[in-house]
Design a protein around this ligand. Structure first.
Ligand code: CTP
Ligand code: MG
Length: 244
């Protein structure tokens, strides 16, 4: 807890993982021997920044998911998600009536460093209404028309690739989800409501495991031991972040 705030992390994990092409829904596919969902939850817990978690999974996997949850003092609720990611997030919001600050964090970003999660929450505590992790793009991005012909090349220096967790004032995110507007991410919804969305530095390790190539990378990273999921981030790390 931080003052009167209650930080609830919503973890969308109800997708099928069509692009990954495994036989189980993606969040349950193992990386380094542990399901992606378990790794994502360990990262949230290790951040020391989250008071409660709601996980949205395919309805038929609710009971099995409870058996995968890491041991923690933090309450973790498991609820059925929906057909689209937005439906799953809406289900999570409904299951988190006491939240004052909300993180939305894809289970598919299983290797997200706890320090990134803490950075997002620190910005919320500092008063930001919406916060997203951002990385410079390394490819040149072009727009194209229906025939594939290039219609423009936006200035790359103004572009960012956006990751999760995305953090919000809970009332703002609820207001966004109460509308019928459409966007490709949660921050896009609140942008359309006119709210300012702040960025914090993202992290390459927070990449979304989407394709078989991503899964090879994730397994390799864990096998190399270059990344580990700490049980709890060191207290001084947390204080350093809290003081920024
Ligand atoms: N997700 C969800 N509910 C849905 C769709 C997606 O909770 N109806 C979750 C996924 O489980 C994932 C996150 O949203 O953790 C990001 O979605 P994505 O990477 O697209 O995962 P999938 O939808 O599972 O993959 P694909 O689009 O390849 O089927
Ligand atoms: Mg999807």
């Amino acid at each position: 807890m931080h003052g009167d705030s209650r930080v609830v992390a919503l973890v969308p994990a109800a997708g099928m993982g069509v692009r990954l092409g495994e036989s189980t829904p993606k969040a349950f596919v193992p990386v380094g021997g542990s399901p992606m969902l378990t790794l994502a939850l360990q990262g949230l817990i290790a951040s020391g920044s989250v008071d409660e978690v709601v996980v949205m999974v395919p309805a038929e996997l609710v009971d099995q998911t409870r058996a995968l949850l890491p041991a923690t003092d933090i309450p973790i609720h498991v609820v059925p998600g929906g057909a689209e990611r937005t439906d799953s997030v809406r289900a999570g919001l409904d299951a988190a009536p006491d939240a004052t600050l909300v993180l939305v964090h894809d289970a598919a970003r299983a290797l997200t460093p706890p320090a990134l999660i803490a950075r997002v929450v620190a910005q919320l505590h500092a008063g930001a209404q919406a916060v997203v992790p951002a990385l410079p793009v390394t490819d040149t991005i072009k727009s194209v028309d229906a025939t594939g012909a290039v219609t423009g090349t936006p200035d790359r220096s103004t572009l960012r690739a956006i990751q999760t967790p995305q953090g919000f004032d809970a009332r703002l995110l609820r207001a966004a989800y109460a509308t019928t507007i459409q966007a490709t991410d949660d921050a896009g919804l609140v942008e359309l409501l006119g709210a300012t969305v702040h960025t914090v530095p993202g992290d390459a390790l927070a990449f979304k495991i989407t394709t078989p190539l991503d899964l090879v990378l994730a397994n390799t990273l864990v096998a190399q031991g270059g990344i580990s999921v700490p049980v709890q981030q060191r207290d001084q790390d947390r204080e350093a972040v809290a003081n920024t």
